[in-house]
Write a protein that binds this ligand. Sequence first.
Ligand SMILES: [Zn+2]
Length: 212
Amino acid sequence: MLHCDPCHQKDVSGCYCGCAGLLKPLLNKIVVLDPGHGGIYPGTINYRIRETDINLAVALKLSKKLARFGATVIMTRTRDVNLAPADSTLDADLQARVDVAKNSGADIFVSLHSDSVPNINLVGPASYFPKDRSSDLACAIQTSLINEICTVDNGVSPADFYVLIHNDVPAALIEMGYLSNLEEALCLMDNAYQNLIADGILKGIISYFLCH
Ligand SMILES: [Zn+2]
């Protein structure tokens, strides 16, 4: 786990009404949102709750919020579909997500996931950045997300997930919580909780662009 840059520790919510220049702080920013999995790749399934559905539900909420602050949002998927043809490899599906960022002139790429582990007591979000590259985006999002949902902070770590290491633009992968914990899985299904997560990630993205 990393120590995050203090630049990202500040709560930017106070700026929304006070600073005219920040009313649309994401204007001209292109954000690619990647709801992980979909179609033939449902991700983890716990208590009959499918990761693909949680990831998409939060991404759709986050997309609207980002647009409200001026961002151009491009989603890798808006329905329960795989991106590459069903007879291709998983890597092809992941590359198709990276290609969306490549072909759209994205400023950042944010992939949303929900985790699962054998230890059913584990809860809380964790954020990942590409190994040997900047942690700034993941740090900004993780900090704001924890401030918003006030739960266990599993920190920010380097990782070699395909969509991180093959992306040319600043990228972060957010594990929003554990579907293997029944209580957190039910939270992740909840509309209000999904909105809180989306708010946290939104503030993190605004905070990131205030520093970059
Ligand atoms: Zn996942």
